[in-house]
Write a protein that binds this ligand. Structure first.
Ligand code: ZN
Ligand code: ZN
Length: 132
């Protein structure tokens, strides 16, 4: 790969998001590597291990869910749209909060079963002292 290859991403430098096309500048706080776009939250499959940039895939990674860690820190779960690789990434201070919220709420707003009935059942069982 050429050193002048513009598709190579160094997340501590300014780069263009491959998904939304916005220009991304390094995080103001510095330190942490940016591993996804703060605007659209999409990432790119660059690593075999976090930060090593050794994956040859380079597929776009879709933000598919939020994982709340034990310390209540949020992580975005990314899935590579090319090879299916799944990875979690810490959120950054300037990530798009509306999108993060939408991602976290997605499962609750797209129930595969009728939510009213389910909540009713849980309530009835707890009233009757049944095991859930
Ligand atoms: Zn983007
Ligand atoms: Zn991939």
């Amino acid at each position: 790969m050429s050193r002048h290859d513009k598709t190579t991403i160094n997340y501590n430098e300014t780069f263009i998001c491959a998904y939304c096309g916005r220009t991304i500048t390094p995080p103001e706080s510095g330190g942490e590597h940016r591993n996804h776009c703060p605007w659209c939250l999409w990432s790119r499959h660059m690593d075999l291990r976090p930060g090593d940039r050794r994956s040859g895939c380079r597929g776009l990674m879709e933000p598919i869910s939020i994982w709340v860690r034990e310390n209540k820190e949020w992580a975005v779960i990314h899935r590579c749209s090319k090879c299916g690789f799944i990875r979690q990434n810490r959120i950054a201070g300037d990530d798009n909060e509306v999108l993060l919220f939408t991602l976290a709420a997605r499962a609750m707003t797209m129930m595969p079963f009728p939510a009213d009935k389910t909540l009713e059942t849980i309530h009835m069982k707890s009233v009757n002292g049944e095991q859930l």
